[in-house]
Design a protein around this ligand. Sequence first.
Ligand code: 9MR
Length: 321
Amino acid sequence: METLKDKYAPYFKIGTAFENYDLVNADLIKTQFNSMTCANAMKFGCLTEKPGEYEFKYADELVKFAKDNNMAIHGHNYVWHNQTPDYIFENTSAEELIETLKNHVRILKDHFGELDSFDAVNEAIEDKSEQYLRDTKWKRILGDDYVSKVFRAIHEVVPNTQLFYNDYNESFPEKREKIVRLLKEMLADGVPVYGMGLQSHISIYGPDLDEIKRSIEAYAALGLRLRISELDVSMYLNNNDKDPEVKMPNPELMKKQADYYGELFKIYRSYADHIDAVTFWGVTDKDSWLNYFPIPGRRNYPLLFDDNGQPKEAFYSVMNF
Ligand code: 9MR
């Protein structure tokens, strides 16, 4: 059977973000995907909890798996408001925090070698209308231009790594405008931003496909390379508990999902010149983060492979064109 990575080889890489426990699906991963992101294992707070102490065993296992199977490795992430150890923010000046970050990037480079691409900054834009940047410890300590500062600092240590800005709700017009503003300002200042990661945590109910097209165009128009970086297509309308629970993957919703996935990949293919990779956030429905968020234990079915690792209808609509 033809696989995702082979079918899409003329267009872009097909990635998956996974955890160590996903290696129960090692065969599926290595046959279908040619790019790997650690879903958690390379995050600042997953590598170090105390000054000077780093634990690499989880990331190491995933990196080895990727290398053994000729998968590209995309790093995720250096600077975020989540999953970052508190100690780096304690009693520190702006200069010291930049040094701490550079030291962290250097430790990763010495350990893994320089990776091809990395999410330098994750989710810096605020969702609320009236506010531009999210209020984070990074911003409080480094100032309003902290995103540029950390891109420059990281680039000094890993000059050959393609540095991405990565965010969600990136196709909502209001948030898109704020992200475009940030990226434009950075590019005008000569900040070494290489690309934009469109997380694409979306749903069978939207965003509207025209909005997705518009977003790809808006980011590509800046001259940046794009990654679809965390794709999944939820079965629920909103991230809240008002939706009736989908107890079973019922045929009507599965068809809706398959159609949506089919249209989505048609769009991605038509912008393939701008897109380096399309990465799914997970491998099978069974282990998706959406089974725990926003409602712990509520089942979701957002990916192309079912609980048993079998291709779903959505898989075939992505493959048959
Ligand atoms: O999938 C990740 C989940 O296991 C973690 O608990 C969560 C913690 O915030 O992060 C998830 O991954 C996120 C990614 O790093 C950034 N974009 C949103 C992803 C889903 O929440």
